[in-house]
Design a protein around this ligand. Structure first.
Ligand SMILES: [Zn+2]
Length: 258
């Protein structure tokens, strides 16, 4: 195995951690914006309820004013009734009074219905108030948390960048450029092989490559035949004494003429 493999593996750990920190810092403002939009939506929902409540109140003011008008009319017609001189006039005034009283009764019924609607709306408003408060609190706490995380990630990234630079300085240029090229294309440039398997793509390595990979004298930079990543073998993490598993398919064996 190439002597730079272990160093590349360490570099990759720094690279992946840097990526995680950057990704997190990038995702957090989006999450906060989503929470802000959600909080605003609950305010909008509450505004609809408040608007309906105002409409019911305005409706009742109109109904009460109409009731007052009709009552005024009843009082006026009653005076006229006192002065009536014919049965016809009496009947006409009584009809007018009856008509106004029926209108008052109808308006009072409608006012009661409006009050019931208002009660339901007030219950909805309480729920909406709670949703607005919860949404705003969640948005504010997540914004504060996001700001703290972003600041912490920035500090961590600066420290990590120093480590990355130091690590890169320890690695041969050729190995580094191969690693960079693969990492750019695949996200990761090197993968550990455990129990003969590439841990990035899960493909079994052929027995000869597996042997070469574990050979301390072999200074070739080896790549996975399946995913193209550089391979790294760590004798310490691979199960000791475990024999390579022969999993090559019959078809592959035929192709290789064995
Ligand atoms: Zn692979």
């Amino acid at each position: 195995m190439h002597k730079e493999s272990g160093k590349l593996m360490e570099l990759q750990r720094h690279d992946l951690e840097a990526k995680r920190l950057r990704d997190e810092a990038e995702a957090l403002p989006k999450l906060v914006a989503q929470l802000e939009a959600k909080a605003k939506a609950t305010v909008g929902q509450r505004a609809v309820v408040l608007d309906l409540l105002r409409k019911e109140e305005a409706l009742r003011r109109r109904q009460e004013s109409d009731v007052t008008d009709h009552q005024g009319k009843v009082a006026k017609v009653r005076k006229q009734l006192d002065l009536a001189i014919s049965t016809q006039q009496v009947q006409a005034f009584e009809r007018e009074i009856e008509f106004a009283r029926a209108a008052i009764a109808k308006l009072e019924d409608e006012e009661l219905e409006s009050m019931q609607r208002s009660e339901e709306l007030e219950a909805q408003q309480k729920i909406a108030d709670a949703a607005v408060a919860a949404g705003q609190a969640k948005f504010e706490s997540e914004r504060t948390r996001a700001e703290a995380t972003i600041a912490a990630n920035k500090t961590a990234l600066a420290a990590l960048e120093e480590k990355r630079k130091a690590q890169r300085a320890m690695i041969e240029e050729e190995a580094l450029s191969i690693y960079d090229r693969i990492a750019r294309a695949k996200g990761t440039g090197i993968a550990e092989v455990r129990m003969q398997k590439c841990t990035a793509c899960q493909m079994m390595q052929r027995p000869q490559r597996w042997n070469d990979l574990r050979d301390r004298d072999n200074q070739e930079l080896m790549t996975c035949e399946s995913c193209g990543r550089l391979l790294w073998y760590n004798a310490e993490t691979d199960s000791p004494g475990r024999k390579p598993v022969q999993t090559e398919s019959i078809a592959a064996q035929i192709v290789r003429g064995r």
